[in-house]
Ligand binder design. Structure first.
Ligand code: UN1
Length: 496
């Protein structure tokens, strides 16, 4: 058994609290991965003081040189992809193919960030006055606090960290308590790639202690958080009061719409992957299936038949389709929603129980579950369950399906299966989500496009792609007047 430490002020150090928590495999809770610091506010304060020194150095490093470090980070991730993926499956539970994908998303993000070091475009625009230049460019901001969830233990930290670093900021990383090992491995890679040590700080611990101290610290002007809408709202209040820049990625209740003219074989593959991949623990997961009434009964039957064949098991085992949930409360939550669904008059078509069998008895497994006969407004139709549970609804046409899709508080991802090009374009405009897929499921965003949602899913920012660089940099505007005389904007141009 290994004891892991924080990375603060350029060294691996024990927490000042002297306190540690256990990290166990969710597929086999006898498997203890290690113990990690349960840090306190004083650990965090030390990290901030060091990160400020890191920032002073890193912000003066030319952006292309910062990009070179990220290039090496990408290369190291390529070399370690298999090892990190295995470690990640062991601590998080999702199947190996998916954790390999998770590392790949980090690699893609690293290589994109590396090349951005030679762009980070500003603009030069004509001044309204003679002999005067007007331009904008991007400056680093300071120390960025990054609070990340368990479900993409590598990819989501990289979405935040790599653009933040490329823009010249220092970062403080607080990974979810369920996946501290992946966070540790990522910081090791950054250091090996040559990132100056004080530019990154890793502080393990509870959101309510370390996360909170990070959000409340006056010397951390940028916060990026992925997690629940409730926690995001609390963080938002603090950041609003302190005038901090904040990016939030929160809940989803994503729907797949399947019309009567769709390729149903394709839609079947799509919904099984979208709803039960990652054991449904994606904010992009397909958690509602809205079926055209003409195909509803037979398509639902096909989905149920297929989902029943999914093999539950440890993610490291060959042939496993669906791994465990992350922890006991997550499994209890799914089970509670089964009760809620029944109470509201929905039908549990399949699943709805804790599976038996020796292989599964020491993990947080739950049988893939389908709720049929769900009506708009039921709680299982409105609330994020974050587990292997799919609510199925019926609609009389595309317009009604879009209305049902939009009538929830969230707006991350949506999907439409159809062969009608006019309908597809109508849906692209009218589905009220940050991302829409046509003839593909609601999951699977690519690292080089903006990622994020509308309504209660986010607060208007995007991760990924080109837009995230706006979030992690401050726009500076410079006017250079080389006329040698006072020129008054808005006055002299128009008077002479
Ligand atoms: C998340 O679920 O929090 O689009 C992120 C996807 C992945 C990222 C999901 N690339 O499903």
């Amino acid at each position: 058994m290994t004891t892991f430490e924080n990375f603060i002020a350029g060294a691996w150090v024990a927490p000042e609290t002297g306190d540690y928590f256990e990290n166990r495999n969710p597929a086999d809770w006898n498997d203890l991965i290690g113990t990690f610091p349960r840090s306190g506010a004083s650990d965090l304060a030390k990290a901030v003081a060091s990160a400020r020194r890191g920032f002073a150095q890193w912000s003066k490093t030319p952006a292309p040189a910062r990009g070179q470090v990220l290039q090496r980070v990408g290369q190291l991730l390529v070399e370690r992809k298999e090892d990190i993926a295995r470690a990640m499956t062991r601590e998080m539970g999702k199947v190996l193919a998916e954790t390999r994908g998770d590392v790949q998303e980090g690699i893609d993000t690293a290589f994109y960030a590396a090349t951005e070091g030679r762009r980070l475009f500003g603009r030069v625009v004509p001044s309204e006055l003679r002999n005067k230049w007007a331009m904008s460019y991007r400056r680093p901001i300071g120390v960025a606090g990054l609070i990340t969830p368990f479900n993409f233990p590598l990819a989501i930290p990289t979405w935040k960290m790599f653009p933040a670093l490329l823009c010249g900021n220092a970062v403080i990383f607080k990974p979810a308590e369920d996946v501290p090992l992946t966070g540790h491995l990522l910081v090791e890679v950054l250091l090996e790639a040559g990132l100056p040590p004080e530019v990154v700080q890793l502080v393990h611990g509870q959101g309510s202690v370390v996360g909170r101290a990070l959000v409340e610290h006056p010397d951390v002007p940028v916060i990026s958080f992925t997690g629940s809408t409730e926690t995001g709202a609390r963080i938002g209040e603090t950041c609003g009061r302190m005038h901090k820049r904040l990016s939030l990625e929160m809940g989803g209740k994503n729907a797949m719409l399947v019309m009567d003219d769709a390729d149903l074989d394709l839609a079947l593959d799509g919904v099984v992957w979208g709803a039960f991949g990652t054991t449904g623990q994606r904010c992009t997961a397909t958690s509602r299936l809205i079926l055209h009434e003409k195909i509803h009964d037979r398509f639902l039957q096909r989905v149920a038949d297929r989902v029943q064949q999914l093999r539950l098991g440890p993610g490291l085992e060959e042939g496993t389709d669906v791994g465990p949930l992350i922890h006991e409360e997550a499994r209890e939550k799914v089970d509670e929603y089964v009760g809620i669904a029944k109470g509201e008059g929905a039908v549990v078509a399949i699943g709805g129980s804790v599976p038996g069998g020796a292989k599964l008895e020491r993990g947080w497994f739950y049988t893939p579950t389908i709720f049929a006969g769900v009506k708009p407004g039921m709680r299982v139709e409105q609330e994020e369950i974050f587990g292997p549970a799919l609510a199925v609804l019926k609609a009389k046409d595309l317009a009604e399906a879009i209305r049902i899709n939009n009538d929830v508080q969230y707006g991350l991802s949506s999907s439409l299966y159809t062969r009608d090009v006019n309908g597809a374009f109508r849906a692209m405009a009218d589905l009220d989500t940050g991302i829409t897929y046509i003839n593909a499921p609601t999951i699977g965003a690519e690292a080089h496009l903006p990622f994020g949602g509308v309504k209660q899913t986010g607060n208007g920012h995007r991760e990924g792609g080109w837009e995230v660089y706006d979030f992690y940099s401050e726009t500076k505007v410079v006017y250079v007047d080389y006329s040698g005389k006072l020129q008054r904007a808005q006055i002299d141009t128009y008077e002479s």
